[in-house]
Design a protein around this ligand. Sequence first.
Ligand code: FE
Length: 171
Amino acid sequence: MAQDNSRIPYRHPQPKESPPELVIPSVIPADERVWVPQGENVWFRPLNLCASRGYWMNLLRVRKSGVLSRHRHPQPVHGYVIKGRWRYLEHDWVAEEGGYVYEAPGETHTLVVDEGVEEMITLFQVNGVMIYVDPDGAVLGYEDVFTKINLCRAHYEKVGLGAGFVDQFIR
Ligand code: FE
């Protein structure tokens, strides 16, 4: 009878080019300094800043109501709403706590948090670039994984965690 090998770990080396895994026990950090400010009452918390593939995973936290940004995504975005709710002016659905949102490539939309939402936290996986635009699509600015890394470095240096604190999130 064949020996039961179901509990035997894989016994060969992992590919040497494979980057180290990344495990973050507390997605909502105990240390408030981990949140990187990106506007008044708006922060992001890096989880995976994937420089090698040009995407990032982060939490977006908003503690105000109103328009956050109008932006275009050339590539898809995935979102999971951890707390609160938000919507896009261009759509009639609302992203609710516990919900998942797929944002299609090519979309331009305007993110709004409505009155009565004290705090919104959403996990976003953003590929490539966020292009900030005016209502006609004229480019106002952009963010990519590299600008995110730079914001983290500057903030962590300033709050005493050290610029190198961001390195743990970079793959
Ligand atoms: Fe979006």
